[in-house]
Ligand binder design. Sequence first.
Ligand code: GLY
Length: 569
Amino acid sequence: MLRFVGISILTFGLSFPTIVRAAPYPQPVRARHTMVVTAEREATHVGFAVLRAGGNAVDAAVAVGYALAVTDPCCGNLGGGGFMIYRPAHGTARFLDFREVAPRAARADLYLNRQGQLIPGSSLYSWKAIGVPGTVAGLELARRLWGTWSRARLIAPAIRLAQSGFVLTPGDVRLFDDDAGRLAQDPHAVRVFFSHGHPLGVGVRLRQPTLAKTLERIARGGARAFYAGSIGRAIVAASRRHGGILTRADFLDYRPVVTHPLRCRYRGVDVITAPPPGGGATLCEMLDILKGYPLGRYGFHSVRSVHFITEAMRFAYADRNTFLGDPAYVHMPLRRLLSRAYARSIRHRIAPMRATPSSEVRPGVSLNPEGHDTTQYSIVDRWGNAVSVTYTLNTFFGTGFMAPHTGFFLNNEMDDFTTAPGHPNAYALVQGAANDIAPGKRPLSSMTPTIATRGGHLLIITGSPGGSTITTTVLQVILNLVDYHLGAAAAVDAPRFHMQWEPDQIDYEPGAFSAQTMDLLRRSGYRLHAGSPWGSRYWGDAETVIVTPSGWLEGVNDVRYPAGLAQGN
Ligand code: GLY
């Protein structure tokens, strides 16, 4: 069914006719009691089956986490890490950080040659690019703290999918095709994802017996099987053979962290999100700045709205790239970055309708002296417990390397650190010393799993993959609902735009702006760039649940990822 989205173009002093555009967004899935939305349909079925059989949202999240490692190998993972926001229906919301950490032998100059220059590809596609994985420890901790089912019961569907396989659809294989050249470099990956020299195609059944054995080991031995047992040992041995720096001690040391989420308030909506090293501080800073502008009155993607949103992104990313890092290693001026006075001081610096050159934006300028591919899933259970998880291998399939006898890809999350001063990472982010590499440190992330409530009631469960565009994707889902009152599907599916301080440009998806809007933006000093800042054609899929005022759960599988599914009852 088609949805029709009214898009009103209001401009500064000029008036254009309202443009009404037919957007072929599918209707959300509506349900009364439970909802699971993931980027891959088999994993959604797994989560839904858990909920239907009486498991809670965390049980479903753990089962989905393991299932995606099988059915969505670009992004779902055992060899990466991520974040979870858990908001129980009764009690206190929690943040679970199972981000990868730098190995003990990692130093700030790990990827530099003797001349102090970055060794090309070393932080992305070498065995030195691998951070100590956190996913298994994270999923296990979530299950123990907040779940109700046994580990074996939650991993069983993933084992079944790995053993019996599942039939590939066009949505599944598009990424294998895109990354075929890189995956072809690893003999273990070739055995799983290639047949007669070609990546597996549509209609083929993907079976992963080695991965099934790994999952069986985890089901029997838990996180210990991964970190202290044969799985970790296989990774360390492969790392050593290929010039990596991972050791047994790195695996034995790994601990996920449970802490308080970051909270901010936007037009009566309480936002519960990922604190550093996650992207929530940047999300909240943008929302704080944008409170001062009547975006709803300006209109969805009107020139004025785009201007102020872009400027909020610019200032908040300047601060992100300069001040933020792992809170266990760096002191961050979060209180002031998220203060009303600071938001006001930024608004004073934003001209009514003129782009601020990024070169003139000094991060934290008005602070007084003191006194960082990925997949998202969102779940609500029948009791109202909600979970938002974003976890990642960094780029699609991470390093593209598998250790022998493991069957899963290893991350290249080390590239999320500041790998060389002034050098952009895979997501074109130029970051600072706060995010320098240090042993045991977590790289700064853009992942922003987020739950929003209004008047104490669940409103939005969202998050996204998409590297540096993650945080601005979450921002736009919120703005689309709160300011522009778009329906659930339009709020998620509408084309987006992005700005990250450097490069000084507005990146946009096809269809984001009318020709007039683009013309006016250019005349206001903006440089427009079609596509993501790093040239990818993929924009993040914000797999989202929205709760309507009458209590319906609306699950939206982002139109950008047709392999996904929303399912509820
Ligand atoms: N690896 C992408 C991020 O964590 O931001």
